[in-house]
Design a binder for this molecule. Structure first.
Ligand code: SF4
Ligand code: SF4
Length: 316
């Protein structure tokens, strides 16, 4: 049985799990609705112009976790985006901001945020003079919006760039980019908080004094990604003997709506998702901690949240 045939008889088990459907409870934007409209289009029952709902997905993966047959919803949607949408999309080439021949390379998943880099520079003084940054947001853009063939082009370009810089150590702020690079390139890649973890172990870094406890930890979403990020954040909090509570137990919103570049392409929905999460988290009291810089940045427009880099006393 094909996925669309199963979706047609399934009561829509995935729907309550979808964070977009939570703020926009309409059948066409539910995972089931999107899958069905792609199936109808393939059978010639609807026009391509009616496939607008394929751009409503934030690619979080919660529907796949909920689906009894592990229907690969994200792959189906991204493939459809590549085929039927945004042909005119202007895709951005990965850009090397600076290369100075050093062995450390930092790959940003999106537009470089100066505050993130400031924290990074405080964290690793020896990198501050020799940090090389590759803006890989073009890869993100292509991955999320789809653009037939161009993901392949970006993959090749990324591999070529990594070879050019010949780095011994490659870091990123994103678990998704980590997974992507591990698939396409013959390089190890490390997460920012993984580095922070080893640094704290070596230097005995403490928590800043003005941090309000308890710390409410909201882990990076994307249940399909490996849980490297979550693992390292919890290891760090344990190492510092910090009391924390799992923010996810206090909210029904499993995604803040930042989702790659979703906050730029679907700003209204993304904002609703952030406000929904904000309403539930802001009632708890304490310092709210995110381990994903993009989520932190997205939600910080509504409620004061921090990233691990910001709550550590990194003066060395
Ligand atoms: S994606 Fe899975 S859970 Fe959702 S409607 Fe289809 S079969 Fe059901
Ligand atoms: S990947 Fe997330 S946003 Fe997309 S349809 Fe599934 S649950 Fe909804």
């Amino acid at each position: 049985m094909k996925y669309e045939e199963i979706c047609a008889v399934c009561p829509g088990i995935c729907k309550p799990a979808c964070p977009v459907y939570k703020v926009l409870p309409r059948q066409p934007v539910s995972p089931q609705g999107i899958i069905r409209s792609i199936a109808l289009f393939r059978k010639g029952h609807v026009e391509a112009s009616e496939l607008y709902n394929i751009f409503h997905c934030v690619a979080c993966g919660y529907c796949i976790k909920a689906c009894p047959i592990d229907n690969p919803v994200i792959d189906i949607i991204l493939e459809a985006r590549g085929r039927y949408g945004y042909e005119e999309l202007e895709v951005k080439q990965p850009e090397v901001i600076s290369i100075d021949g050093n062995r450390y390379v930092w790959i940003m998943s999106g537009e470089c945020e100066s505050i993130y880099l400031d924290n990074l520079r405080r964290l690793i003084p020896r990198l501050s003079e020799s940090l090389t940054i590759i803006d890989a947001s073009g890869i993100y853009r292509t991955y999320y919006l789809g653009n037939e063939g161009s993901y392949e082009i970006y993959k090749d370009r990324l591999v070529q760039l990594l070879d050019e810089v010949n780095a011994d150590w490659i870091f990123t702020d994103s678990i998704e980019l980590t997974s992507m690079i591990l698939k396409v390139a013959d390089h190890d890649i490390y997460l920012d908080i993984e580095l922070l973890y080893h640094h704290i172990k070596d230097k005995n870094i403490a928590l800043k004094e003005n941090i309000r406890e308890p710390i409410i930890y909201f882990s990076s979403c994307n249940p399909l990604a490996n849980d490297k990020a979550k693992g390292y954040t919890l290891k760090i909090l344990d190492m510092l003997n910090v009391e924390y509570i799992d923010g996810r137990e206090y909210t029904h919103m499993n995604c803040c709506g930042a989702g790659g570049i979703y906050r730029y392409t679907n700003n209204n929905i993304s904002e609703k998702m952030a406000k929904h999460l904000y309403n539930e988290l802001s009632n708890i009291g304490g310092s709210i901690l995110f381990d994903n810089w993009k989520c932190r940045d997205h939600l910080d427009r509504y409620i004061n949240v921090s990233h691990l880099f910001e709550i550590m006393d990194l003066v060395i």
